[in-house]
Design a protein around this ligand. Structure first.
Ligand code: NDP
Length: 627
């Protein structure tokens, strides 16, 4: 182990000497009491109750530094106790030793320490000087903070724990970070945990999580970045689970000064894939690896096993593969639902499309619910029973299962679902997915329709048009098997569009993505896991466009009339079913003989001489007509 100079700091009476000595014994190192370095003149002043000036302290601090430097340069570790209340004092004491000085700050409140001082016998320091020490105290930015109220044994154990290097670091103990930390720790990985410190609101967050969850008891908590970084084995592996966007950039800027060549940062937040690519390049210049990874599964998945979609430099992935695969969900064969997605920001791209598919899957279930509730006139528990039944079949999916469960929840005498405001939120990934699809020229109509349905729901309160509702007599509803066909088919379309979009990005950006492997890691742990996703693993091994698969094609043909009847019936009831309509419309274009694009081409050629191609002309020649 490298030699270090450990300095216990804090006001008089905080326990520096007692704890310092005990710690030195634990280490088998020499102990030096800073007070013994004071010249006679300083001792006389303090005994007379006169506060020391900075001039008085200068030679004292220089002498301590001299002793510490000698020990350090002779390869020894040593423990000092020294109040070092101001940053300038600490700079003096640590000069020419630098990072090998480990500051341990014994923090306590004035009243407790004053009481201790009064009970202390035979010390030259007068208790009345205590307030003057608190007045000048500048708490260190970088130190191991120890609460002096703890008993001595706990203090020593905490310090030893904080000085033992951890295998893996995790930043951000919000909803996801806390669950991931518990998952990592439960798999036997030694952890350092960091959460930012904000006075009054975000204090001791890591420590609180550690005491709250038994599996985290061996983890070490930090709220100063330098100590956190120093607590990690090298190359460091640091997993960020913090707010995506500017916050992630700012945090990386704060962290990087404490990192070394070859360290790896893994960003598990929902970052934009373009930002991930930029961060990979920026950090490469500094010799630091960056892995951007999608994580899906929500709070529970993060705890029991999420689906993980990492990308970035392959050599960096190798360094963290063991950790990510260890905490990931397992597929039916027991393989981890974590795979190296590819280079650049491809992992976050794939996660973004995952979320887009999720938007549409949720919307499709919501549309079936609306039909069953307001056209078929079923009550929530009856609808839950239908969904539960479907969930036992090839329609099984996590989202269908949770919808069945939420529909039977009551609040008082009411169904909770009836009390929830009809206004959907979003955190931006559906928007990004829609933009990406558009940029790639891909018709992700289900993702887009589901996103826009959420937007429409938010303006409903402001712009409510009082129109006529459908007069319901003479209207007939369609059968459950037909509704089932409609839903099944719309889901197929949603997945076909999603995977086609990923395939297009793979080609455009030369990512060489493995669609079947992506489907495989989505078979468990993530929000869009389903029986159909399991089918797709096999289908995508053969066909990247799932509509080219004979089995899928057969299902399309069988279920199309159900989708059509569902659409017609729902529209007659004035129900909003945009994602089923988008699926039907998409199929009408792909499967039908009559489309609109020939008229569009003719119009474009008419006003802009944009040219057109002709049916049956295999040369692909472009024509222009003087209309
Ligand atoms: P929370 O809001 O619960 O937690 C956010 C975390 O980020 C907190 O630890 C917070 O610290 C920290 N944080 C916020 N701003 C900063 C900052 N400026 N500097 C340092 N830390 C900061 O969110 P989640 O846990 O739900 O999400 C975390 C990330 O995971 C996000 O990127 C999210 O998109 C992504 N994600 C979330 C999923 C989910 O289901 N919730 C699923 C998959 C990914 P503090 O406590 O101090 O505020």
């Amino acid at each position: 182990m490298e030699n270090r100079i450990y300095i216990f700091m804090g006001v008089s009476g905080c326990g520096k000497t007692t704890i310092g000595k005990l710690f030195a014994e634990t280490l088998g190192a020499k102990f030096y009491d800073g007070d013994t370095f004071h010249p006679e003149s300083n001792i006389e002043k303090m005994a007379a109750g006169i506060p020391l000036t900075d001039d008085d302290r200068y030679n004292w601090l220089v002498d301590i530094n001299k002793q510490a430097r000698e020990l350090f340069s002779s390869g020894q570790s040593a423990v000092f106790a020294c109040s070092a209340l101001k940053e300038a004092y600490r700079v003096l004491v640590a000069q020419q030793i630098g990072d090998a000085v480990v500051w341990i700050y014994l923090k306590g409140d004035v009243d407790t320490i004053h009481l201790r001082l009064k009970n202390r016998k035979g010390h030259f320091m007068s208790p009345e000087l205590l307030q003057s020490q608190f007045d000048i105290l500048e708490e260190p930015d970088s130190a191991i903070y120890i609460d002096t109220a703890l008993d001595t044994n706990t203090i020593i154990q905490t310090i030893v724990k904080k000085l033992t290097k951890s295998e893996f670091g995790l930043v951000g103990l919000g909803v996801m970070g806390k669950s991931l930390a518990r998952n990592f720790a439960g798999k036997g990985i030694s952890l350092s945990l960091y959460n930012r410190f904000i006075k009054g609101s975000e204090e001791q967050i890591a420590e609180k999580s550690i005491s709250e969850y038994p599996e985290l008891h061996s983890a070490v908590g930090f709220e100063d970045l330098k100590s956190f970084a120093e607590s990690l084995e090298r190359p460091r592996k640091i997993f960020l689970m913090i707010k995506a966007g500017e916050e992630t950039d700012t945090f990386i800027d704060e962290l990087v000064p404490y990192l070394n060549n070859g360290d790896v940062i893994i960003d598990g937040g929902n970052s934009y894939y373009g930002d991930t690519q930029r961060r990979i390049l920026f950090l490469k210049l500094k010799g630091i690896h960056f892995i951007g990874t999608g994580v899906s599964g929500g709070e529970q998945g993060a705890l029991t096993g999420p689906s993980i979609m990492p990308s970035g430099p392959a050599e960096a992935y190798k360094l963290v593969e063991r950790y990510l695969t260890l905490i990931a969900a397992k597929d039916k064969s027991g393989d981890p639902c974590c795979t190296y997605i590819g280079i650049d920001g491809s992992g976050h791209f794939v996660k973004m499309i995952h979320n887009g598919i999720e938007y549409a899957e949720m919307q499709l279930i919501a549309e079936v619910y609306v039909y069953l509730r307001y056209a078929v006139k079923m009550q929530p528990p009856q609808i839950a029973a239908v969904f539960t039944e479907w969930d036992k079949s090839e329609l099984n999916s996590y989202l269908l299962g949770i919808t069945a469960a939420l529909l039977v929840k009551k609040e008082g005498d009411a169904w909770l679902i009836d009390l929830i405001l009809d206004k959907a939120g979003n955190k931006g990934t559906g928007n990004w997915a829609t933009i990406a699809a558009s940029e790639l020229g891909q018709p992700a109509t289900l993702i887009t329709s589901a996103l826009l349905a959420r937007y429409v729901s938010t303006i409903k309160e402001n712009i409510r048009v009082n129109g006529e509702q459908a007069t319901e007599h003479n209207l007939e509803t369609i059968s459950l098997p037909e509704i089932r066909d409609a839903y099944r088919l719309a889901r197929i379309v949603n997945h076909q569009q999603g995977f086609m979009l990923i395939d297009e990005a793979s080609k455009k950006y030369s990512w060489d993505l493995n669609l079947a492997e992506i489907a495989r890691i989505w078979t468990n742990g993530c929000i869009i896991r389903s029986a159909f996703m399991e089918e797709l693993v096999l289908v995508l091994k053969k066909d990247s466009n799932i509509f080219e698969n004979a089995t899928v094609l057969k299902q399309l043909k069988i279920a199309k009339s159900g989708l059509k009847m569902f659409a017609v019936s729902a529209l007659q009831y004035d129900l909003s079913i945009p994602s089923h309509l988008a699926a039907l419309d998409y199929l009408n274009v792909l499967m039908g003989n009559y489309a609109t694009a020939n008229i569009i081409q003719a119009q474009r050629d008419y006003f802009g001489a944009h040219t057109y191609q002709k049916i049956g002309d295999s040369t692909g020649k472009y024509y222009h007509t003087e209309w």
